[in-house]
Every structure is written in structure tokens, then in C-alpha cells.
Design a protein. Structure first.
Length: 214
């Protein structure tokens, strides 16, 4: 089972996940297909995504959603393997045609108890937000590549930088618009903006253009 890294890199250039706004079984399927952390110099968005999904390793089996969307980025064998896994999960309580004798009832009760215990022990994912941040330079002579590099140099637990683009704002000046995912309890957007403002050679001001709870 292998993944199409070129297609996946393009897909993740404007998204944080394979599908939707939270980790799902589609991410798990593609994560397994990738197999190991890719070369960040060749596939920076895939590398970012891979490290993020890897942080959910303990929850892979219980993440919500369907793996269907992920099949577009893996070979045919992956879809077959995933279908087999789905069949195993559907068979949680045994076949509908299974004879309902005392032994079958006992096995079914044990499976139900194990499933409920696993569900009850699941840790609730941390609250996160998807943020769109505008960073404005001083003028049209500002080195925007250096500006973006400076912003991305900010590393913090609970902060994940995403895609970026330059947006014209007039007089030949372009602002840097970046997307990022933050864990609400660990990262304050106000504090983050203050850190970015410290790059005063490049940055005139910053604004939170949009924020959406995940």
C-alpha cells in the first residue's frame, strides 16, 4: 500500500486534513499508506500533516468519519485492505445469521462490555481553532519570503502552521495571509500576534481575518 505524495501535497496545501476540519479515518488510511515521515523539503505540507496525524496515534482506531475520502490518495490495494478492516468493525456483535445459543450470547455480551469500556476511557480531543491570519509589511520593498520565514520560525506547543498566500492590498503592496491550527488552551492569538510584531523590520501589523472552532 502506497500513497500518491504529489497529489496529497497539492491537496494539503490548502487544507489541514484529508477531509473536513478534524482528524478522521480518512487521515488514518492515508497516514498508513505514507508509512514514514516524508522529506519536508520535497513535500512540506505532507510532512506537516504526517507529524500532526502521528500525534493522534493512540486514537487512530477510534477517530470518527469514513476512510472513503482517503482512498483517492492510495493504491487500489489500500481500499481493499481498508474495506476488510471496516468489515471487521461492522462484525462487532457477530453475524446476524449466527445461531443465538447460550455461547453466542456470552460472546456478544463480552464484546459489548469491551466496546463500552473502550468508549468510556477515550480521552476527549483538545479544543482547537482554525485561524486565518493577515500579516502586513511596511511597503512593497519588504522581502515577503523573509517575512514568512520569520513568522514560521515561531514554534510553540499546540501551534501548527498551514498554507499561505500573498494578497494584493494596493500600491504594489501585498499582505501575507496564513492559515494555522491552534489548541485553544495552549495558544493565545494575542500572544502570537505580539511575537510576530517583534519582527519589526518586516511587519507593520497583523490581523485575525477569520477564526473557526474545529
Amino acid at each position: 500500500m502506497s500513497a500518491d505524495l504529489v497529489k496529497l501535497e497539492q491537496h494539503l496545501s490548502t487544507r489541514s486534513y484529508v477531509e473536513g476540519y478534524t482528524p478522521s479515518q480518512a487521515d488514518v488510511l492515508v497516514f498508513k499508506a505514507v508509512g514514514a515521515a516524508p522529506d519536508a523539503s520535497k513535500s512540506p505540507n505532507v510532512a506537516r500533516w504526517y507529524n500532526h496525524i502521528q500525534s493522534y496515534s493512540a486514537e487512530h482506531a477510534t477517530l470518527s468519519g469514513s476512510s472513503t475520502a482517503g482512498e483517492a490518495f492510495v493504491g487500489g490495494a489500500a481500499a481493499s485492505a481498508d474495506a476488510a478492516e471496516d468489515d471487521d468493525e461492522v462484525d462487532l456483535f457477530g453475524s446476524d445469521d449466527e445461531e443465538e445459543d447460550a455461547e453466542a450470547e456470552r460472546i456478544k455480551a463480552e464484546r459489548v462490555a469491551a466496546y463500552n469500556a473502550k468508549k468510556a476511557g477515550k480521552v476527549k480531543p483538545a479544543a482547537k481553532s482554525l485561524v486565518t491570519l493577515d500579516v502586513k509589511p511596511w511597503d512593497d520593498e519588504t522581502d515577503m519570503a523573509a517575512l514568512e520565514a520569520a513568522v514560521r520560525s515561531i514554534e510553540q506547543d499546540g501551534l501548527l502552521w498551514g498554507a499561505s498566500k500573498l494578497v494584493p492590498i494596493g500600491y504594489g503592496i501585498k499582505k501575507l495571509q496564513m492559515t494555522l491550527v491552534v489548541e485553544d488552551e495552549k495558544v493565545s492569538t494575542d500572544d502570537l500576534q505580539e511575537k510576530i510584531a517583534e519582527f519589526e523590520d518586516y511587519v507593520q501589523s497583523t490581523d485575525v481575518a477569520a477564526m473557526q472552532k474545529l
